[in-house]
Design a binder for this molecule. Sequence first.
Ligand code: ENO
Ligand code: FE2
Length: 414
Amino acid sequence: MAAYLSRLHHISLHVSNVDKAAHELVSRFQFNVFAARLTDRAKQLALRRGSAVFLVNERPSEAPRRLKEPQGLSCLYAAHAHYPVDTVSNVCFEVEDVQRASAALRERGLCEFLQPPAEVSDDSGRVTFSIIRSPVGNVCHTLIDRSRYQGPFLPGFHQVRTDSETAGRSQCPITHFDHITYACPRSSTALIARWYRDCFGFRRFFIDRNEDVDEGYVLNHNGIGLRLTAMEYWKCSESGITLPFKDEQEPDCKFVIAESLPQQGRNQVDTFLDQHRGAGIQHIGLYTEDIVRTARTLSLSGVQFFSPPPAYYTEVGKQDEIVAAGHDPHALSRYGILLDTDLHTDTDSQRYLLQVFTKPIFGEDTFFLELIERRGATGFGEGNIRALWRSVQAYMENAERHETERENKQSTPS
Ligand SMILES: O=C(O)C(=O)Cc1ccc(O)cc1
Ligand SMILES: [Fe+2]
């Protein structure tokens, strides 16, 4: 490993309209704007819910005219990226020493730097940061050391006072980013997993106990063609001590690489790659302490969720499983929430996982969010992956059918 990551700091969105994207996150997803940076050339808003922080950046509608413009100045902490569609393209990590981490990455020739280590300061202190490109499409990583900074977010940003950070917490108990899922081209998983291992010491997280080390978790029948490979990073300090996971410590965020397999026809990963014009962040799992309540609150605010086929809730055994987990099948079916039970043979205890996907957030069928509540289960349940996949697939196929019909109508002379 070349660089030690202390924690995930924030995730950056690059969008054509910051106000629209921020409004969506505030009015629908109950995030609070807490810091802003508005200049002639940049518009950046930081939003928070629990420890989940999004930085929304206005992307330039065309490539910057002055090619020699210093990187990171117009769009601080996020490379001034010109990208054709709205996208989530930077996962920022805190490190203890940016110079040392960057030098180690550079020395090993592991990555391209979009921004070499730089320092930014204001009245509340200073930070150092650098930006590197990942092997996943347009995804970059900002490495930042904010240990000498006391302000609310980062230098250059002013605080925005909202009602209260805790307002609405009981109705929407989202606490942190649970996982980030990448949509990647075929046969790219091994290279990506190796890069994260060599750069940051990410370790493999096995989704299934029978999962093959090289193959990953493969679903390749009944219309599902998906290869999933999950990774997690270990909280390390530069002294080399790996901190064991403790309750009071923030849980870390897993990374999932999703690759489509050709045998089952076109699918949602292919759709993402087409509409996003390349690999990237397909979805982010937001952890909630109460998924039913959160889904109800978000739904009342206008968030739309994917639902599995209605038969899901009446399948033999599913109702009993839901009731045994202490949930009401009607409440789950109302918002399309899925439940997976994992019987733990060692302890004979049952562990649950509840998940639901939102519909795409931007104009294209690309990025979406997920709500996830874990009751003891730490992975991704097979039953849920299948049902989530199907719930998205039905929607995508419908959208593509409408698009073809529209095109056919337009090309048919009347
Ligand atoms: O189960 C999850 O939350 C995943 O993240 C797995 C997954 C990845 C990609 C898909 O298109 C559907 C499901
Ligand atoms: Fe997910």
